[in-house]
Every structure is written in C-alpha cells, then in structure tokens.
Design a protein around this ligand. Sequence first.
Ligand code: GLU
Length: 493
Amino acid sequence: MVDNSKTIRTRFAPSPTGFVHVGNFRTALFAFLFARHNGGVNVLRVEDTDQNRLVAGAVENLLAVMEKLGVTFDEGYFGKNGEKGEYGPYLQSARLDIYKQYADELIANGAAYYCFCSEERLEEVRKEQIALKKPAMYDRHCRSLTDDERAAQLESGQPRVVRQAIPVHGSTTYQDLVYGTITIDHSILDDQILLKSDGFPTYHFAVVVDDHLMEITHVIRGEEYLSSTPKHVLLYDALGWQMPAFAHMPLILNPDKTKLSKRQGDVDVESFLKQGYLPDALVNFVALLGWNPKTEQEIFSMEQLIAQFDLAKVNKSGAVFDLAKLDWLNNHYIKQLPDEKLADLCKPYLAGMGPVSEEYLLAIISLEKERLKKLSDIVLQTEYFFKAPQYEPQLLVWRKSDAAKTKQVLALLRDFVNVTPDETLCSISKFEESLKAFIAEHELDNGTVLWPLRVAMTGREKSPTPFEVTATIAQGLGRAEVLARLETAHSLL
Ligand code: GLU
C-alpha cells in the first residue's frame, strides 16, 4: 500500500538518446501534473546506462523542450547546469557503486547470481531454443553452479554478469493504478541481466534501486513497462523495500490503430514545435492523449490541467493521435494571440519572403490568423501578399460568367483602381464601399467582378475577402502592384 502521508514524489526518467518522442513527453507531462496537483516533487533522472545509445547534447535538448512546454523539475540532473536535490547523483552512470552494492545484496540473499556464460554459448542456446520454437530465454546454466565451481570461475577472472533469479514456480501480482491487477507467471520471466560485465546496470535493475533510493512514491510511465513491472516487484521484495505505486499510461496510436511510429509522420515534440505548433496547444493536446477529464471541456491551460489532473481518469485503451485535433487546438491558441505577438512568431518562417514593413505584416497577420493552423503554414498561406500569384487563366472566370466578360470586367477594374484615391484604395472599408457602388452603377453581379478580382490578387479560390486582400496589397505593395496584377489577369484571357 502507498503511504499517503508522504510527500508525493514523481520522476521522469528519460534515456538521453536524442529527440523527445510524443509518448515520452506525455509521460513527463503526467508525472509533472500529478506532482503539481498534489504539491509534490518532480524529479528528472537521466537513465544513461546504455552507453552505446547516448547522443551528445541530448539532455540539454530535452531540457530546452521541457522548458518551452512548461514542464519543470524540482530535483535532478540538469546537464551543464549540474544537479539539484539531495537524492543524487541523478545520472545513472554516476551511480555504479550503488548498483554494485545492491547487486551484492541480492546475490547474498539468493535473489541474483553470477553468470559466466560466454556470448558464444548464449548464442548456441538461443539457436537451439529457436529451432525448438521455444521462447529465447537464458537457460539458467550458471544458476546451478556449485559453490566450488563459482569460486573457481570468480578466481579465474572470467567476465561475469549478475542475473536475477526469478522464482521457478508461481506468479507475481501487483496493482496498477490504471490497469488494475496485473499478474505475470514466473515461467515467462527471463533470468535477465541486472549488472553487465562492465559494471553498468540494466534498466530493470537501476530503475528499482533508484526509484527506491530517490523515494519515488508514484512511478508513471508508458504501457510498454506494464508486463516487466513484476520483475521489478520481485526485486523490491528481495531487497525488503516498499513498492511505489505504479501507473502505466496507455499506448499512443496512429489513426489506423497501430503504435505511433515515425513511418506515419512526425513523432517527436521538437518537430511539432519547429512546424509552429504552439507550446500551449501541444500541452493541451498531449494531456488529452489518454487522460479524459470526463467533461465537455477541451481547452485546458497548464493551470487548469494541474488543478484537474487525476490518475483515476487515465484510460486503459490506446489514445489515437489525431492530427486534425492538434490543428484545431493550435488554431484556437493562434487566434488568442495578439497580432503583434503572432507576427513576431511568424517572422522566422517568413524570413525568405523578402522584407516588408511592420505595418503590412500586421495587416497580413490580422487577415490570415483565423485560418492559420500552424505557424509554418503562414508562408504558403500568405505568399500572394509578397509576390504576384501564378494561376491557370481559367480560374479567373466565375462560374456564371465567361472569358470575354471577365476580360472586360478586368479592364473596368483596372480603370476603377486607377481613379480611386489612395485614401480609399488602401482602406478596406472605404474600398469595399466604393467598389460596391461601382458594381451597382455598372449593373454587374458581385461574382462577375469580385471573383476575378480575388483571383487576380491571390491566384486562389479562397482567401480573405477581395476587398481585404486588394486594399491590403495596395497598402503594403502600392497601387502599382494592384494594377500590375489586374493587367496580368487581363492579358491572360
Ligand atoms: N528510461 C526509461 C525510458 O526512457 C524509463 C522508463 C521508466 O520510466 O521506468 O523509457
């Protein structure tokens, strides 16, 4: 049982192997929300025991991502900024002597043993098992060595590992806060390595030692660890330690219900940030991957998430990663931003489009923000505000009009723009009023005039209103540009 009088301590325990997968970020976010909701402590422990998979700068990168997204840690390993907290070191590679001490204890009480098997022998055993269609597991050869045999091997200086001695019979059961009672039969558990020959622990061993010594009360992690937790439970028992509470988070799935993978698009948080998904939107979106507040509310600020987060409302079934929902949320947060702020955020994306005045940029942003799904879309979405569009001439012709009529209208429009004073041309409302009067005066249909005007300005069927785009282009690029676009359209027909 979990002792509820203790300060809640959660941890995020990434392996520094490069980018931050959405699933890892979800784990980090839930551990953070749970700690904050309960006035607890959130720890960052870096699990760098697989030295072959380390990537330089991975910790710094991870910290930068967490900071952008507002997930903070009270204790832990902070890369170049060192460590904070009294349970360190928080970097597993700096804790080798600690793991050694507990491995010795496990050996002494019979819950672990030395294994001296060579790679070649293990490979042979594996091949035999595969041939017999048996699961590939260690055959426990060294578990039955006599004391003398073991002493002789140790003396010879033979490389050795430490393996967990899984009880031969029975099963292990634990309570998961999300999945309920989990029972695993010992017959399917491998006597797996706890300490490698180079003195590094494996994940399964280090995680138990560290969660215990760091007084973690709630282990929150991905579903992939659900079935290996019984191995951890056996280690807690063997060391006489009280277990933390376990809460495994459901899988994150592609829309076709396969496990979320790179093959179907981006899965790392950095690439979503780079594409211009706002941190608030990403946090809101990821929070709903598996956590269901059971209300109609869909928009959550970090404060609201902290106030409402509850592990009891985490679902067991896989959470579908719905990009359309992320786009919808991001558009929601984009619309909340003041134009000035949004313009600043869009500037890096627009850097290649050539310089424009601040005023023009703000006008563009205010027209386009309603439809903007992610910041990087601003480039294609607003291209026509920077350079003349290209389009098929046929697009100029409204469905109730024809080419000859459209050509005439474009000539009329050109003449109209020519005589419209700047003050009218550059004001959306005045230009609208004046053009509407012109249309009425010439007894024309709105579509006959406004359709080709829009296409001449934007090259598109959909855009802000033709009044908005024309007046804005006149404002930013000048009357000559508006005339040139009308001229081009006219000559295309
Ligand atoms: N280092 C493991 C991972 O990155 C941690 C799993 C756990 O939280 O126990 O998946």
